[in-house]
Structures are given as structure tokens and as C-alpha cells.
Design a protein around this ligand. Structure first.
Ligand SMILES: O=C1O[C@H](COP(=O)(O)O)[C@@H](O)[C@H](O)[C@H]1O
Length: 271
């Protein structure tokens, strides 16, 4: 079951969660590029905006490298729009800004592809302004009033938070017209104030892709596999179950019954 470089598209649970395990950052980028190529090829045949949500933390470097290395004919920047799944309530040029991290990795001429999170003095106003920006590009589908992002790329902290939805703090106050965006002001992970898309938006997405690397994510991987709903990352399964995990060998140790080749695996790579 376990190939020399780990799983290749194996299904790890009865909900068809696909897993890709990479031996190093180069392979992770290649796997992400292949995934983006597959999805963009399909989405470009559809109509309308291609809406992709991305996370911050360790994701910007590998994700940006993967997207910018997709075949140019698939990078229709007139149709692709990239959204922050969450954002810290700091100025865009602050080192903690998720959007700021991406803008440093993308050429200036592509910065318009990113939907801005308008940082106001009050974090509630930032959330309300961000929802208005999102609504310009994401028409609620007939199903309900939540948007259907084409792809959401999610990370997770060792505590199992995803976006800025933290364990024990999932009940976010409805502060915007459509509850697409909410706020947290006591994040256990600094900085304390953040805006985040809500779990309802995440669960309404057409595709969810987690990028989880490092031994400190193995318990999160296990929680996702076991459907431990006390962990926000395990709640973040889309209703259509179209979810994929991009893992390194260390995080993949959280996949139950996986033959570990960890003894030969390289040290964790920073992503
Ligand atoms: O604070 C945040 O944490 C999570 C996980 O970050 P990571 O560095 O452990 O991958 C991230 O997904 C989220 O966007 C960010 O705001």
C-alpha cells in the first residue's frame, strides 16, 4: 500500500479523502502544480471567476511557487481571483500579514489577482469590508447564501485550528450580512485579532486541499482521518467530500495503518 515515496492518491478513509505524500519540498511543489493544473484545466472550460482561497503561515512559499510554475496557457489572470482564507488584523506590510506574504512572492503586475482585505481600525469593520469585496466576485449558488469557492487551500496549526478558527472558539459571532466572514480577537496564536471565512463557507467549497507538513501536524492528520469534530481542521470537510491532503512523511505518520518509511525520510522541510 505504501510506495517508496509514500501514498500516491491512495484513499485513506471511506469518504474518499485522497492523500499525496512528498519526500521533500520540491516534490510537494510538483504535486501542488499537478493538482492546480488538473483543476484549472477543468475550471477554464466552465464560465465565470475561478475563485481560489489560500491560507497563510507556512503555505505562501510552496503554494506561490506551484501556481507560478503552472503552464502559462492555464494562468488566465483575467478569470483567476485569489482570496485570503483568513487574515491577521495587521497592516499589509506587517510581517504577520498573510496577504502581504503572497504579494512579496508575486510580481507586481499580478497583485490585482488577489482580493484585498481592507484593514480598518476596527476588526469588525475589516470583516464587513472583506465580505463586501468577496461578494463582488462570489455569487451565492442556488443552494444557499454561502459562496462556493472553487478551491480552498487550507493549512492547520498543531492545535488543529484552520483558517483562524480555533479549537473551543468555533462559535464565531455573526457580524456581517451573510456570515461569510467573522472575527476572533483572542486568538491563542498571535496576533490575537483576525478575520476568517466561516466554517460554513469552507464546508460549501467545491474542493478543499490541505497542505500539512512536519511532525507537529501528524495529530491533525489523524483527527481529520478520524473525523474528530473537536478539531476545526476535521470540521473543514466539504459537503461533497472532495478533499485532498498534501503531506510530507512526518505529517503522514498521522495516517492510521500507513507503513512508515519515516526512518529513511529526510528531516522536515520548512514550507
Ligand atoms: O495563523 C495561521 O495559522 C494557520 C497554520 O499555519 P502553519 O504555519 O502552521 O501552516 C494558517 O493556515 C492560517 O492561514 C494562519 O493565519
Amino acid at each position: 500500500m505504501c510506495l517508496s515515496n509514500g501514498y500516491e492518491g491512495d484513499v485513506i478513509d471511506n469518504m474518499k479523502t485522497e492523500v499525496k505524500v512528498s519526500a521533500d519540498e520540491e516534490e510537494l511543489v510538483a504535486q501542488l502544480r499537478n493538482y492546480l493544473t488538473e483543476k484549472l484545466t477543468y475550471l477554464l472550460e466552465q464560465n465565470g471567476t475561478i475563485s481560489i482561497g489560500v491560507s497563510g503561515g507556512s503555505m505562501p512559499k510552496v503554494w506561490s511557487e506551484a501556481l507560478l510554475s503552472v503552464a502559462p496557457e492555464l494562468l488566465n489572470w483575467k478569470r483567476i481571483r485569489i482570496f485570503m482564507v483568513d487574515e491577521r488584523h495587521v497592516p499589509r506590510d506587517h510581517e504577520d500579514s498573510n496577504l502581504g506574504a503572497y504579494l512579496q512572492l508575486f510580481p507586481q503586475e499580478l497583485h490585482h489577482v488577489f482580493i484585498p482585505v481592507p484593514i480598518s481600525k476596527q476588526v469588525v469593520h475589516t470583516a464587513q469590508a472583506y465580505e463586501i469585496n468577496l461578494r463582488k466576485y462570489l455569487l451565492p449558488e442556488q443552494l444557499n447564501t454561502y459562496p462556493r469557492f472553487d478551491i480552498l487551500f487550507l493549512g492547520a496549526g498543531p492545535d488543529g485550528h484552520t483558517a483562524s478558527i480555533f479549537p473551543g472558539k468555533e462559535q464565531l459571532e455573526k457580524i456581517t450580512d451573510l456570515n461569510w466572514v467573522s472575527v476572533i480577537t483572542d486568538s491563542p496564536k498571535p496576533p490575537p485579532s483576525r478575520v476568517t471565512i466561516t466554517m460554513q463557507c469552507i464546508q460549501n467549497a467545491k474542493n478543499v486541499a490541505f497542505i500539512l507538513t512536519g511532525a507537529n501536524k501528524r495529530d491533525v492528520v489523524r483527527a481529520i482521518h478520524e473525523g474528530d469534530k473537536s478539531i476545526p481542521a476535521a470540521q473543514a470537510r466539504p459537503m461533497n467530500n472532495k478533499m485532498i491532503l498534501f503531506l510530507d512523511e512526518h505529517a503522514a505518520a498521522g495516517v492510521p495503518n500507513r507503513e512508515s518509511s519515516e526512518s529513511e525520510s529526510p528531516p522536515p522541510f520548512d514550507t
